[in-house]
Design a protein. Structure first.
Lengths: 344, 344
């Protein structure tokens, strides 16, 4: 066992959480190495990626928080060792980690006992992590370490929302409100790979330009265009598929602009409760679908998309000791694509 | 042609509409007979049924009202004649009429040009009606005239919502809020025929008893039970499928009580706008589906359910000259099942 002759590892930990200080609660510390249990694979992490979930935990805005914890759901690294009976990729293989533990047998819905790694299960903001071998997948050969590390939670969330739940095809016109977030950049990537027409919105012209460089067909600034709903509906009669993580007024307007027979997939609600007009829903015979994370099948299908034709959007790589600055960048949302941590 | 030696027919007409007087605007008058055009079948109506839509039209609460009009979407009668090239059931056959005109080829969504008979197309509150032959179906042999007349619009709306959209199976626990309406009684009928477990709610113990006599497994009075949501969730962990026509607070609570991975189908919104909490939607990975009327395939599949094992709920049969009283009964909702008109 690798762990036998090591003396510990560096890891980001949270000992306290509060709404105000939030990201400032992250600290880099020396902790004990994990040891791979039966059926587990030990991965030496090289890059981790931030998700909004990590920031929510630091702010106390997540259910069932256990402290201290090592956050982080996304990791890229190399296989360091296998526990008893583990059947993961060979030691030394470059891998990414499926962040969902114990999804269960039903593609439609996770077990109530399912978890995302990074609290309470140890996360990827550490030099080593032990996870079930089935969660360890060879990293796409076409991608750099940074690009591959950006994928896991955002990629699977986007893929499930857009494809497994939304059923996106090349004939769809897809609306992506608020294109800057990590997940929404993956929605854009996958929608363009499928061949759909994509409309993106943002309050930032910089983000809209980035989205256009990634293939967005129509980019609309909802701050400077007073009637962005009309602009959206002017594109082929409006979207047939919306992928939304805002809720609130954005969701209400998204339902209004969606075409007859269209679908609206929701995987988040940063703006909170939304108004729903029953008439819009039943008269246009819409489908409104909730989506969270993804099943092991979703993850494998998602990873297979990275066949050399597409690359994840990476905003910036921070050193491990800059974890507070990285978390603040995620919190403020002034970014495009994923925020990474170099684990050393 | 039958029409050649007739001198006219009795029909219910609306010349004026207003919010206040609503149902009092219906009048019985002598009007010209319709003549079946090419591809049309003329039906002599014996029984018509009321839908809320007819009352909404009388109150001016429907888009694109054209006056004067003969309302009525549901009719049972006998084939009187065929227009040129029409291929309907033989003259004399007892038939019901599919109320949807021009649905189009897509099962998922109607054409924007689709209509429901009974404004602007002449409705069934008249001695004769000419409709496309494809809309004329032999009435189920096991049903009386009253029972068969109760079926069309409410039956197809219920069937599409529960089965075509909701995908109801015998393994579902179906919640039917507000079980008294015509459509909801059909949802109950079909759900029990499929073998699902059914929970109904109402503010009326009389309606709850009627629903139990039709097979409802659990009946909850939401006025007298302070925590009806908890009562509903106590049944096998809550509904896997909800069929709602209320919207408003009922919809919000229905989403709250729905099981992980469940579906909520909405075909109406009598209580108006609803609040939707994104977290409930995405965390439980719900499907919320809008449904309206039904396609020709929905109608044919629905009609085939009446194989002798189930019977529609009929509230009362009114004489044609009692049309105002019938409309007022529909408006007040103090009924269980369909309100019929005997056409003479």
């Amino acid at each position: 066992m690798l762990c036998a002759y090591r003396t510990g590892m560096r890891a980001v930990r949270l000992h306290e959480i509060d709404r105000e200080r939030g990201p400032q609660n992250f600290r880099v510390e020396q902790v004990d190495d994990p040891a791979p249990g039966p059926g587990e694979t030990l991965v030496k992490i090289a890059r981790a990626a931030f998700n909004r979930r990590d920031v929510f935990i630091s702010q106390g805005l997540y259910p069932g928080i256990q402290l201290p914890c090592i956050p982080g759901s996304d990791g890229l690294g190399t296989v360091a060792a296998h526990g008893e009976g583990a059947q993961g990729p060979a030691v030394g293989t470059r891998v990414v980690i499926d962040p969902t533990l114990g999804w269960g047998p039903d593609q439609r819905i996770w077990l109530r006992t399912a978890q995302v790694i990074g609290m309470p299960h140890q996360g990827t903001f550490a030099e080593y992590i032990a996870v079930p071998s089935g969660n360890v997948h060879p990293a796409p050969a076409s991608l750099t370490d940074d690009e591959a590390a950006a994928i896991p939670l955002a990629g699977v969330t986007a893929y499930r929302a857009l494809v497994s739940r939304g059923g996106c095809t090349k004939d769809d016109v897809v609306l992506i409100p608020g294109v800057g977030s990590g997940v929404q950049t993956f929605v854009l990537l996958f929608a363009k790979k499928i061949g759909a027409k994509v409309i993106v919105t943002s309050s930032s012209d910089v983000k809209l330009e980035r989205a256009k460089s990634m293939g967005a067909d129509v980019a609309i600034n909802y701050k400077t265009s007073e009637k962005w709903e009309k602009d959206v509906q002017a594109v082929d009669g409006g979207p047939s598929l919306v992928v939304d993580s805002a809720g609130g007024d954005t969701f209400f307007k998204a339902v209004n602009v969606t075409r007859y027979g269209g679908r609206v997939v929701v995987y988040g609600g940063t703006l909170g409760d939304a108004k729903l007009r029953p008439f819009s829903l039943f008269w246009k015979q819409l489908d409104i679908m909730g989506s969270s994370m993804g099943s092991p099948r979703d993850f494998a299908e998602m990873l297979a998309q990275f066949d050399g034709s597409i690359k994840p959007a990476v905003d910036k790589v921070y050193a491990m000791d800059e974890v507070v600055a990285a978390a603040e960048a995620v919190d403020k949302g002034a970014k495009f694509g994923k925020v990474l941590l170099a684990i050393t």
